[in-house]
Ligand binder design. Structure first.
Ligand code: SF4
Length: 217
């Protein structure tokens, strides 16, 4: 019940977040790869570069030389690694799914997740972000903010891993009708990011001003 109350408190404080920030499902997937180990503002600058170069489409990005792609991704940090990871994703999308993201993300959620996890450089958080925000799959996204907030409130133990937290969220937050559930989970993760960024810092958390303070024991 604490998890459900948490959403009400966060939503009342921040309002609906309308996540994920991206104009198309493809842009969401690109952003999900680029946001690994960096802030969203850096990702936005890299995506703006791709848009300005008119290459934010699967085939156009895939035929770009890796060094040119890396140069456009520079603002996102680790740009050589991210260029390689993005190209791994694009290779599967273009060569196995004819560039059709809808096809790549279609089907049984667990099967699509396995498909994504098999791509070099796509881990659980990236795969689940693609599933939830680009593919419309019911899969909860867990990140470092989620882990920290849950531990500090005693909702999970220090040893809880990604799948443990995901199972916890998906079973505790399944109360909505199917038609509302997707938006609920999309916005729930976005709300946790807002709390993590603004209040629940690694050191000196700002509990006194945080919307989740009433749930601290
Ligand atoms: S800042 Fe404090 S009240 Fe807010 S989520 Fe973190 S531990 Fe909880």
């Amino acid at each position: 019940m604490a998890l459900r109350s948490a959403y009400q408190l966060m939503r009342a404080h921040f309002g609906h977040q309308h996540w994920w920030p991206g104009e198309t499902p493809f842009e969401v997937c690109v952003g999900a790869i680029l946001t690994q180990n960096t802030s969203w503002s850096n990702v936005e600058r890299a995506i703006a570069n791709l848009k300005a170069a008119r290459v934010l489409e699967a085939r156009k990005l895939f035929v770009l030389e890796e060094s040119k792609l890396a140069a456009l991704l520079r603002p996102a940090g680790y740009f050589n690694v991210k260029a390689r990871r993005l190209r791994s994703f694009l290779r599967v999308l273009v060569e196995e799914y004819d560039g059709d993201l809808g096809r790549l993300l279609a089907g049984d959620t667990a099967a699509v997740r396995e498909r994504l996890l098999a791509i070099n450089g796509i881990g659980p958080e990236t795969a689940d972000s693609m599933l939830l925000y680009a593919g419309g799959h019911h899969r909860f996204v867990i990140d470092a903010y989620t882990k920290r907030i849950f531990q500090r409130h005693g909702w999970s133990g220090a040893e809880a891993g990604y799948e443990d937290l995901q199972r916890l969220c998906e079973s505790a937050l399944d109360q909505k009708p199917r038609g509302e559930q997707l938006d609920y989970w999309q916005d729930y993760h976005a709300q946790l990011v807002m709390v993590g960024k603004g209040f629940c810092r690694p050191r000196q958390p700002r509990c006194a001003e945080c919307p989740l303070k009433p749930l601290l024991s």
